[in-house]
Design a binder for this molecule. Structure first.
Ligand SMILES: *[C@@H]1O[C@H](CO)[C@@H](O)[C@H](O)[C@H]1NC(C)=O
Ligand SMILES: *[C@@H]1O[C@H](CO)[C@@H](O)[C@H](O)[C@H]1NC(C)=O
Ligand SMILES: *[C@@H]1O[C@H](CO)[C@@H](O)[C@H](O)[C@H]1NC(C)=O
Ligand SMILES: *[C@@H]1O[C@H](CO)[C@@H](O)[C@H](O)[C@H]1NC(C)=O
Ligand SMILES: [Cu+2]
Length: 160
């Protein structure tokens, strides 16, 4: 009986340790668009919003814009992003592929291609940091709590 309790405590400690590991994730690198790369997306900007939605961007992650042919990448304000305004980039326009950006704060980042009408055709991407992350942490936390209670309940019922 004591060993069963010991085993239970060990499992709980392991789970808590695993949760801790989960939260100190190392910085990741994401290639914008994955295999599509940085280009005029065939179906418009939804290609990049869909791509971004599945990613868990965190501080210190790096995003890589990789392209062939004639493109570039500029970070812009949200308003300039919405309007595809190319004349007021934040920092310099990156002309060489691959162009890397480090997500150094929690703010959202807006990137467009400044060539011709590429932005209007959908070559633009928004990077939101933390949103998906906090939602998924809650889900993971809830799932782990459920697992933990199940283990404890099953251990207790076996003891009787
Ligand atoms: C990001 O990297 C810097 C420098 O390596 C480090 O000091 C900081 O703690 C990191 N931030 C996070 C949230 O990991
Ligand atoms: C964006 O474009 C619209 C329509 O042309 C204009 O009314 C609006 O002022 C522009 N916003 C910015 C921030 O440039
Ligand atoms: C950009 O990231 C890519 C992929 O991780 C890497 O191969 C390349 O060296 C990086 N370039 C710069 C300038 O950091
Ligand atoms: C970024 O947001 C996360 C989640 O809301 C928070 O835990 C973290 O402290 C924030 N980091 C900074 C530098 O604001
Ligand atoms: Cu382009």
């Amino acid at each position: 009986m004591a060993s069963r309790l010991g085993m239970g405590l060990f499992l709980i400690a392991s789970l808590i340790a695993a949760m801790g590991l989960f939260q100190t994730a190392v910085a990741d690198t994401y290639t914008v668009g994955d295999d599509l790369g940085w280009t005029i997306p065939p179906g418009g900007s939804i290609a990049y919003s869909t791509w971004a939605r599945t990613k868990n961007f965190e501080i210190n992650d790096t995003i890589v814009f990789s392209w062939t042919n004639t493109h570039d990448v500029a970070e812009v304000s949200e308003a300039d992003y919405d309007n595809c305004t190319k004349t007021n980039p934040i920092g310099s326009v990156q002309q060489t592929s691959p162009a890397n950006f480090t997500l150094d704060s929690n703010r959202s980042r807006y990137f467009i291609c400044t060539i011709s009408n590429h932005c209007e055709l959908g070559q633009k991407v928004t990077i939101n940091i933390g949103e998906w992350n906090s939602a998924s942490s809650l889900t993971i936390g809830a799932a782990l709590s459920l697992l933990l209670s199940t283990i404890v309940i099953s251990l207790l019922s076996h003891q009787i």
